[in-house]
Design a protein around this ligand. Structure first.
Ligand SMILES: [Zn+2]
Length: 449
């Protein structure tokens, strides 16, 4: 009979779920509408926060008859709204739908108000949260015989746990690197021979730096894929190239929002990330006005979860900047593509002479200059007329210091040719900018100082 749950034929399938991943747009939209209607009715009936919000907005759930009605009538919400609602009736608060007995996982994330935001999940929602990772894993050829090294600690952050749920769902091996030093993790990677590294992009580079110090060639390890989340980078050419070269592996990214899910696994062709459209709906708005932007323009991602029934997430402003593309991707998926992944945070966007500039765009352009390293900082300051940007970036170690002036001129010219604004570049010697373990701080805002 069956020697494995997955037969040989199914292991060779290109998609984890071909039916949903390649569904034509009209059918996807029909699924969205049906699920949104169900979620709105559910939230209105079960969640005091949403009932108050929708009563104030003056509509009843049965008035949402099209996606257009949804986009037009339903107000957006923000992290601070959920945090406030949670304070009203602790520990779960008034943004939660079910009774405490159904909320089986409780995570938290830092809130913009300084208060932590509680993130409850039921087993049902956590199962789907994990499944979103599997779409990404499967798409890049990972299978149950692969083994995943978790290069992070097991704290209160939902994203890490969801990756674990994902690997369980795939049926692959888990190696936990929790609570260990970088050096011990490297040792385990050489000893256990995992085939996949899960980490933030910054930490993958920090590990590579440590390995170099110790004389370890990671390209000779068994790692063939590195999979990243937690910050942009997996889709930013410089960072990705640095990771791939150091690890001798292919690097992919998943875009998740702790309180919503691992909503967008990476495109196998590394064109960006795809919204898992069987589990979430998204639209993109101008972060200032809230008005929808044209397809292909950069704006703020607004997401509705189809699976978060513990603490429903309906039209949630993520503050993440994305460029949304709807046409079917070259990888075969009909799901929305966020081209080049997450481009930054809305509060990191700087408007210079009417042009929106965001950090990953600068990083992407600088990535074309091979003599520059992926270690950089962007400083925004108030100029006399408009905001001004300065980029500090380290040269590669083998680049001669006496030619920094030439490199600076080349980088500044390239930025001007591509974004049409003048951005000052300061070339720094290798090792002069701070290194980060988990997430890098790239953006420094001096505009309000
Ligand atoms: Zn794709």
């Amino acid at each position: 009979m069956s020697e494995n749950i997955l037969s040989r034929k199914s292991l060779s399938q290109k998609y984890w779920n071909e039916h949903t991943e390649t569904m034509p747009r009209e059918r996807l939209d029909a699924v969205h509408l049906r699920r949104i209607q169900k979620m709105i009715a559910y939230a209105y009936a079960r969640v005091p926060f949403y009932r108050r919000l929708y009563d104030k907005a003056g509509f009843k759930p049965d008035e949402i008859r099209s996606l257009d009605d949804f986009d037009r009538l339903v107000p957006t919400i923000d992290k601070k709204d959920l945090v406030e609602a949670q304070q009203l009736n602790p520990p779960w608060g008034e943004a939660v739908a079910l009774g405490e007995e159904f909320n089986l996982f409780r995570f938290q994330t830092s809130g913009s108000t300084g208060l932590p935001m509680a993130i409850p999940f039921s087993y049902y929602s956590s199962h789907h949260y994990g499944e979103q990772w599997v779409y990404g894993f499967w798409g890049v050829g990972l299978r149950p015989h692969d083994s995943f090294y978790f290069a992070f600690n097991w704290g209160a952050f939902a994203g890490f746990w969801s990756a674990y749920w994902g690997v369980r769902r795939l049926g692959a091996t888990v190696y936990s690197g929790g609570g260990l030093s970088t050096e011990l993790r490297l040792k385990q990677i050489l000893e256990y021979k995992p085939t996949v590294l899960l980490s933030t992009p910054t930490y993958a580079l920090a590990m590579a730096g440590k390995a170099r110090e110790l004389g370890i060639d990671l390209a000779k390890s068994a790692i063939k894929v590195t999979y990243h989340a937690g910050e942009p980078g997996g889709n930013v050419p410089t960072t990705r190239r640095a990771i791939e070269e150091a690890w001798g592996a292919k690097a992919y990214e998943l875009y998740g929002v702790a309180e919503i899910g691992a909503i967008a696994p990476g495109c196998p062709l590394q064109l960006g990330v795809h919204l898992a459209e069987d589990q979430a709906y998204a639209s993109v708005v101008n972060p200032e006005t809230g008005a929808p932007v044209r397809e292909g323009e950069v704006g703020e991602n607004v997401v509705t979860s189809h699976i978060q029934f513990s603490q429903p997430i309906i039209k949630y402003r993520t503050h993440d900047l994305v460029r949304l593309v709807k046409k079917r991707c070259d990888c075969g998926r009909s799901w929305i593509l966020y081209r080049d992944g997450v481009l930054g945070r809305t509060d990191h966007m700087v408007v210079i002479k009417g042009t929106n500039v965001y950090p990953t765009a600068v990083e992407t352009i600088l990535g074309e200059v091979r003599e520059l390293s992926p270690n950089y900082e962007i400083h925004a300051a108030k100029g006399r007329i408009a905001d001004e940007l300065t980029v500090k970036v380290e040269a590669q170690p083998d680049y001669p210091a006496e030619r920094y002036g030439e490199l600076k001129a080349r980088a500044e010219r390239l930025l001007y040719e591509r974004i049409f604004v003048r951005i000052a570049v300061e070339i720094q010697p290798p090792g002069s900018l701070p290194r980060y373990e988990l997430k890098a701080k790239r953006f420094f805002d001096h505009r309000k100082e």
